[in-house]
Design a protein around this ligand. Structure first.
Ligand SMILES: [Zn+2]
Length: 308
């Protein structure tokens, strides 16, 4: 067998369909790859099905769901020097096993696995989801897996992704350890460790704003686009300085030769079809107060009533 293989013509160049043809890529990589990779229109697996992500969220058409309450974040405050990887499609931070979420209308606990981002050089082209047709500079995804109960059935909510828009703003010092790590992972399949510790909360908007979000059922936004994601898209964007956003496109490359900058790693918006997008219950002024503040006057009234 080995002798036979050795006598075959060298692979790739001379073949009309090189071995790499089955590998997926973003639209922007098609031309530099001489159209040898599969662009979004040709992605395989479930990618051409009808419950796909990302989608455009038309806020006026979202439906209020009072069951979509606050999340409870566990381990999000843990400071750590995370490992950061260029995986050829994005920059990915592995999150170990100690970070999880409950609440937020989810059926059970979900454990965080990794976070990654999508971006562009253009400040209005880098997010995957859009709000009323408007794209943001970047989008960050924190990917969680459902904690396995007795049943191991595959379901439409096996994965919970928390999505955060990123917009241009003032310099975000909390993001800097991640931005600085990019210089060490320019090439695909390389990784590094952050020089300083950060927590997930360091990367997010104010915790108080996280009660406002959109919810729908969809898919992974990369092949094989499995339709098993319960999406949470937060209303409040993260703010990064323009230079921090541009660092992703400038430092990272799709290819080993560093000829194609990693940018526009964004899947086009998919049709919402028959699906409904929900929004979290907008609390009135009373409900936005912490519980003790609500209880104290109530208890006082009770006491007064009792004394009478
Ligand atoms: Zn993503």
């Amino acid at each position: 067998m080995l002798i036979l293989l050795a006598s075959l013509p060298p692979p790739t160049e001379s073949l009309p369909f090189p071995i790499s043809s089955s590998h997926w890529c973003y639209q922007i990589q098609l031309k530099p790859s001489n159209y040898t990779c599969l662009g979004p229109d040709e992605w395989e697996g479930s990618c051409q099905n009808s419950r796909q992500s990302p989608v455009n969220i038309v806020t006026a058409k979202t439906q209020l769901d009072p069951n979509l309450g606050r999340f409870s974040f566990s381990g999000y405050d843990r400071k750590h020097q995370w490992v950061v990887e260029n995986n050829g499609h994005t920059v990915m931070v592995s999150l170990g096993d100690e970070v999880s979420i409950t609440g937020g209308g989810l059926s059970t606990r979900y454990r965080a696995k990794q976070l990654h981002l999508h971006w562009s050089k253009a400040m209005d082209r880098g997010s995957e989801h859009t709000f009323n047709g408007e794209r943001f500079a970047m989008e960050m995804h924190i990917v969680h897996e459902k904690e396995k109960g007795p049943s191991r059935n595959t379901s439409e909510d096996e994965i919970a992704v928390l999505a955060f828009m990123v917009e241009v703003g003032s310099n975000n010092v909390n993001f800097q350890p991640l931005v600085e790590a990019l210089s060490d992972i320019r090439r695909p399949n390389t990784n590094t460790t952050m020089k300083r510790s950060i927590s997930l909360f360091d990367l997010l908007p104010e915790e108080e704003s996280l009660r406002h979000y959109f919810r729908y059922l969809g898919s992974l936004t990369t092949p094989t686009c499995d339709e098993k994601v319960v999406w949470t898209v937060f209303q409040e964007p993260i703010q990064l300085h323009r230079d921090q956003i541009l660092a992703f496109s400038q430092k990272l490359f799709y290819d080993h030769d560093q000829s194609v900058n990693m940018t526009d790693n964004v899947r086009p918006v998919q049709s919402l079809g028959q699906r409904q997008v929900f929004r979290s219950g907008a609390p009135g002024p009373l409900l936005s107060q912490p519980l003790p503040t609500l209880l104290a006057p109530a208890l006082a009234c009770l006491t007064v009533g009792f004394l009478r």
